[in-house]
Design a protein around this ligand. Structure first.
Ligand code: SAM
Length: 211
């Protein structure tokens, strides 16, 4: 090997997890190779990648780092939440609908929970208080308030957004839900069966016709 910075995939996983402070897996690294985002070098049957190239890839994607260089340190960078994975920022009900204009729940939590720090110097809400979000969108604030035992009231001009919000905070009867899901699953199975029969017959007839 003539490049001193070449590392194996396993080492790349360790290095990248440490560097990004996120759990980077071998399949994440393989994805980068597969989509030519970084090069792979095969030597003696072993796959290596360049650490320098990997670093450049993660630096390009480090939103916080890029903005920090432009805007300086006079901002609360803790609120960039750059260390969170997509699955954290869309946790549980927040992924029910891919509503693009939503807050990330951790940001809402920061402002409504009972922690303070050098930036948030007082606690604004306590358990059983009532938060009003007059532009509630997909209901992030309502859900996070409920999680903390704070009541919440949401308003939105968009009917569709109120449906998203309401479905996230509705008090669901799990027994009823199970019955409804079973009915739906049975209907779907039946639908698929009928459609397969129809498609099989259609393909058979088409073949006859074409012949
Ligand atoms: C950026 S979104 C809010 C997203 C929300 N914070 C979330 O996490 O899902 C702004 C919302 O304001 C609503 N809106 C705009 N004008 C409004 C008005 N005059 N009255 C009520 N809602 C309004 C929009 O329909 C939209 O859902």
């Amino acid at each position: 090997m003539n490049k001193p910075d070449l590392i194996t995939i396993n080492d790349a996983v360790k290095w990248a997890s440490n560097y990004t402070n996120k759990s980077v897996t071998a399949s994440n690294i393989n994805y980068l190779i597969q989509y030519a985002l970084i090069d792979k070098i095969i030597t003696n049957g072993m796959t290596y990648i360049s650490k320098d190239e990997l670093k450049k890839y993660y630096d390009r994607n480090k939103i916080e780092r890029v903005w920090r260089e432009k805007l300086g340190d006079d901002l609360n960078w803790k609120l960039s939440f750059d260390n969170l994975k997509e699955s954290d920022t869309t946790k549980h009900v927040h992924r029910l609908h891919p509503y693009k204009g939503k807050f990330i729940p951790q940001l809402v939590n920061y402002f409504i929970d009972s922690n303070i720090d050098e930036f948030k110097k007082e606690v604004y809400f306590k358990k059983d208080d009532l938060i009003l979000d007059p532009f509630c969108g997909s209901g992030t604030t309502l859900v996070q308030a409920n999680e903390l035992g704070i009541n919440a009231l949401g308003i939105d001009i968009s009917d569709f957004n109120t449906i998203i919000s309401n479905s996230k905070i509705a008090n669901i009867n799990l027994e009823k839900l199970e019955i409804i899901l079973k009915e739906l699953t049975d209907k779907l199975k039946n639908y698929i069966k009928i459609n397969y029969e129809f498609e099989d017959e259609l393909n058979k007839r088409l073949l006859e016709f074409n012949n």
